[in-house]
Design a protein around this ligand. Structure first.
Ligand SMILES: [Zn+2]
Length: 123
């Protein structure tokens, strides 16, 4: 079981437990969890509501093969029992890292656990 939480990108955030899932900086396996630039820009420019972004991001997540999700979970568990997704958004802000954690735990409850502190969640 891999524990999931999130934090915001800042100096000193390094280590394999931190997994960048931004469109700009995600690398390797984590790229599958990054939103598309189209989603990011449409949302930023106000052409896409939070609900629209959520729908688009869910579609993206649902397209990931199960084997890739399993591979990610195993690879992260091998380095740390907790995986911390990182994004530019501050704690307490609406952010795709929350959508990602919600989706992973809901769809793969035997693989992932949500350990976000309440104050991390969108207020
Ligand atoms: Zn974010």
């Amino acid at each position: 079981m891999l524990s999931l939480t999130r934090t915001y990108l800042r100096p000193g955030i390094r280590g394999k437990e931190y997994v960048n899932v931004t469109a700009k900086l995600a690398t390797g396996l984590a790229e599958m969890f990054a939103p598309s630039w189209d989603l990011v820009m449409s949302h930023k420019q106000g052409r896409l509501t939070n609900a629209g972004y959520t729908e688009g991001y869910h579609t993206l997540l649902e397209s990931i093969p199960l084997g890739q999700i399993l591979h990610f979970q195993e690879a992260q568990l091998a380095v740390s029992p907790t995986c911390v997704f990182t994004c530019f958004c501050p704690d307490g802000a609406w952010c795709h890292t929350h959508l990602l954690i919600d989706w992973l735990v809901e769809n793969h409850p035997l693989l992932f656990a949500d350990v976000r502190q309440p104050w991390l969640k969108p207020q």
